[in-house]
Design a protein around this ligand. Sequence first.
Ligand SMILES: *Cc1c(COP(=O)(O)O)cnc(C)c1O
Length: 510
Amino acid sequence: MDATEFRKRGKEVVDAIADYYESMADMPPLSTVEPGYLYKIMPLEAPEEPESFDEIQRDIQSKIMPGVTHWQSGNFFAWYPSNSSFAGILGEMYSAMFSVVGFSWLSSPAATELETVVMDWLGKLVGLDRRFLSIREDGTEGDGGGVIQGTASEALVVAMLAARDMALVGRRRAQGAATEKEGEEEDDGARSARLVAYFSDQTHSSGEKAANILGCRPHAIRSDGSYRLTKGALLDAVRRDRAAGLVPFFVCGTFGTTNTAAIDDLAGITEAARDERLWFHVDAAYAGAALCCPEFRPLARGIERADSFSFNPHKWMLTTFDCSALWVADSTHLVRALSVHREYLPRTKGTTSFAKDYRDWQIPLGRRFRALKLWLVMRTYGAAGIRAHIRAHVAEARWLEEQLVADGRFEIVVPVVFGLVVFRIRPGCLFDGGGSSSSSSEEEEAAANRANTELVQRANTDGRVFLLGSRLRGVDVVRVAIGGAQTSHRNVALLLEVLTKAADDIVPGR
Ligand SMILES: *Cc1c(COP(=O)(O)O)cnc(C)c1O
């Protein structure tokens, strides 16, 4: 394909993208194909001779489109959203245009420096403490800074690697002093195997995965009645593990858990982490975007003393996937854990906070120019536009909560704080007279679980919306995440209509 052909096809593709988004609001979000659908209709080998772009475009429509789950549909309420925007897509196009592999400052100064600039912008936009910024208010270099990762899972692994470096260095020093007396030294491998990373039973699966990748021990602590990790429970676990000869080194607190959008006791965990010398990482993958709005910041008290913080602008902040923002307050351990030297990778002379080698801040060597799309999003929406986007969804979530409560058949399971509404059909309304003596509470709970599972199935079978259930301590609940970039009141009203109609078929007497 030459530049002339590219001009023509590029315009067609941009039109196709715009058409897709214009027809998006009412698109059934869930694909209905069966596993293996594509394999059956695809050739078994790549074509020997070049094919025409017309043919390829036809196949996008006829073969690919049926198997797409439309995450950008306004009627998509499953998982957490993955916002895209035209600004973000245009940023991706520019990124593809340059196609740089910006692992060091020299490999593309603009890619590196724009990332430093926009991560400081973003850090200020969500009200992060200055410790996390690359450049201080007075223009001098900070010890910390931000970096764009692909996903929150990668951010967690990277933070944990930095934490392990901190723990091993600290242990080595302590051991060094002891060794003089005892004459033996434990190697890093043996120490690593005794390291313990703490989470709650509500922490995203990526916490356990990160611990598995590092070969350390994941310790999931039971969350409290509000699904939060508390300081007391953390300290108990740490002390028991120390007594058993293990080495606590890392704790992950969550701002907005995946199941219920719960907020861990971040202020308490900060204190525990300081006293117990743990690296404190805050995972705010979804809800971090809400910190653009000052009214949500009191909920995040404690993050100012964390060692690392991450959230995904690709979830609820209009930045086309992938874009996960990670900040560290002090990059020393991170860079030491991840830098490896080779002659063909000359270290940038005079590396500073203004001119980093970001390869030392991530797992791969190569990296995309993702800062462009974040820059485009922040400039085209402005802070005001981003805040309006967040607040509109929070208002919709509260509206849905009110309607569900007013209906009488539903109960809200956890308070609505952001865009997540977790609710269920009340067990009482499944039985005549609301909990009559003929049925035990266990029977009622079992019936309620079946009813709520059925509610999710019926709503999804309707086809116009897509949502998921979840299970909280044996209780089946319905989980609706409002936050799609195309989701407006019309979509949430449709969702309510589908839910009430499904409930009509499940709850007797209506
Ligand atoms: C979505 C989510 C993640 C995982 O996000 P990825 O970027 O896909 O790795 C981690 N933590 C929380 C709290 C999440 O909601």
